[in-house]
Design a protein around this ligand. Structure first.
Ligand SMILES: Cc1cc2nc3c(=O)[nH]c(=O)nc-3n(C[C@H](O)[C@H](O)[C@H](O)COP(=O)(O)OP(=O)(O)OC[C@H]3O[C@@H](n4cnc5c(N)ncnc54)[C@H](O)[C@@H]3O)c2cc1C
Length: 417
């Protein structure tokens, strides 16, 4: 069986890995040229974090939206456009903000994220690829003791579902992230999730792609942007790309935020809106530092990871369509935090600046599996947690394509038509 995977971000490449492990012939079509930053995979915060599985649509989302209108320092911006897709998405998001929906969505998302972390562990054993992973956990820090107490009880939801957690005082936090300015009193402490990880999803995708090409019947076509689908009898017969025509028995759509544009050609409406975020990546000054945990400043909504000799810091949620442009002021919040808590850790003047789009659904759940087109499968809409969920969703979609029972209940993730 021949399968074409559309999109060579972390979701497309992991899907190709699981398909090729089943002995299928797989070709990945990626619009970008080789080694150019691709999609949201290129510069995300790097957290492999079931601890971030809380659905964004919640009763408190409205409070946060109002707060962000009054305080631009939170980095959440809703740019009013004459864009019916944004209005539809917003209406659907608001319908998910009920407490019962939040519980349901967060529960499904957490189980999928946990499954994915288990799948990643197996993948690491099989491939032994290097993606600057750190198994040192993630610390969610708070600046004052009463917020820390609230944060701890917020995490009870995930702890009740099996997430291991510890409460760290200020010294405990500094031990986990020795890069923090010594003797600083910025944080009261942190909720620490020891089993979470960090790693570079772009390096992972490149290395896994190479591994698949060398070890299985897998091809990667860089610079092949899918432009048109040709159909016959409710099946895709061929795709036309910037690099010519490709055909297969089955197709997987894994084009991140752009999936909704491609699906529209097939009359499939995907409820995915692109939500822009920013990151900087700066070389560490002391490259001999100890292994360190990931970190999230829960007051400023800024996350960071250490990838070997690089520091990645990321933040912001901007509703501004498919626009990935950025200006120096977009990174000011990130740089301010970096210089506040890690002033001597990295060479910020050599930082690389990046913006990317989270492929966000109103429920925060990805859309997986069959589509109204018989031989088209979906692996889309991973939102703020696609790096974490990539291995699990790749495995699920590969199982569905070969008619194997999935290890996770697929129902919550099916496209509702
Ligand atoms: C600022 C920010 C921080 C984030 N932090 C985290 C985090 O800490 N942890 C986490 O788990 N997740 C995080 N995410 C989310 C995560 O990055 C995404 O969910 C994930 O990268 C989605 O992967 P994807 O492969 O579906 O999409 P993408 O990474 O966007 O890849 C899609 C690929 O499809 C290609 N493509 C598009 N159109 C076509 C076409 N027509 N033909 C061929 N190819 C095409 C694109 O070039 C791209 O390479 C973050 C996202 C952002 C923006």
């Amino acid at each position: 069986m021949n399968v074409l995977v559309i999109g060579g971000g972390v979701v497309g490449v992991t899907t190709a890995y699981y398909l090729s492990q089943k002995g299928l012939n797989v070709t990945v079509l990626e619009a970008q040229e080789k080694d150019v930053d691709f999609g949201a995979t290129g510069g995300n915060a790097g957290l492999l974090a079931p601890s971030d599985a809380f659905a964004w649509a919640s009763p408190s989302a409205l409070k946060l939206a109002t707060k962000s209108l009054l305080n631009s320092q939170l980095g959440i911006q809703y740019k009013l456009h004459m864009d019916p897709a944004l209005w539809r998405w917003t209406a659907s998001f608001l319908s998910q903000c009920r407490s019962s929906k939040w519980v349901q969505n967060s529960d499904f998302k957490f189980r999928l994220a946990q499954y994915s972390i288990d799948m990643l562990a197996d993948l690491r054993l099989t491939t032994n690829i290097n993606f600057d992973v750190s198994d040192q956990g993630i610390a969610y820090a708070s600046r004052n003791p009463s917020d820390l107490k609230k944060l701890r009880s917020h995490f009870n939801f995930l702890e009740d579902r099996g997430l291991k957690l510890e409460l760290l005082d200020r010294d405990g936090l500094h031990e986990k992230l020795p890069l923090l300015q010594p003797n600083s009193e910025t944080y009261a402490g942190a909720v620490f999730s020891p089993n979470c990880k960090t790693g570079d999803s772009a390096k992972f995708s490149i290395e896994l792609g190479k591994w698949c090409v060398e070890n299985s019947k897998c091809r990667l076509e860089w610079g092949a942007s899918v432009e048109k689908f040709l159909q016959k009898n409710n099946k895709i017969s061929r795709v036309l790309t910037s690099k010519g025509e490709f055909k297969a028995d089955a197709y997987v759509l894994a084009a991140g935020a752009h999936s909704s544009i491609l699906a529209k050609q097939l009359d499939i409406k995907l409820p995915i809106y692109p939500i822009k975020g920013f990151s900087i990546t700066a070389p560490l000054i002391n490259t001999e530092s100890k292994p360190m945990s990931g970190f999230d400043d829960t007051d400023k909504l800024v996350a960071l990871s250490i990838f070997g000799d690089r520091l990645r810091i990321s933040s912001s949620a901007v509703f501004d369509g498919f626009n990935t442009s950025h200006q120096s002021q977009d990174f000011q919040r990130i740089l301010n935090l970096a210089k506040e808590i890690l002033p001597d850790a990295a060479n910020y003047s050599a930082a690389k600046y990046w913006a990317g789009l989270r492929p966000m659904t109103p429920s925060s759940l990805p859309i997986l599996g069959p589509s109204p087109i018989q031989n088209l499968y979906l692996n889309v809409g991973h939102g703020n947690l696609g790096w974490t969920m990539a291995c699990g969703t790749g495995k699920i979609v590969a199982d569905l394509i070969v008619n194997k029972k999935t290890e996770v209940d697929i129902n919550p993730f099916l496209l509702k038509v």
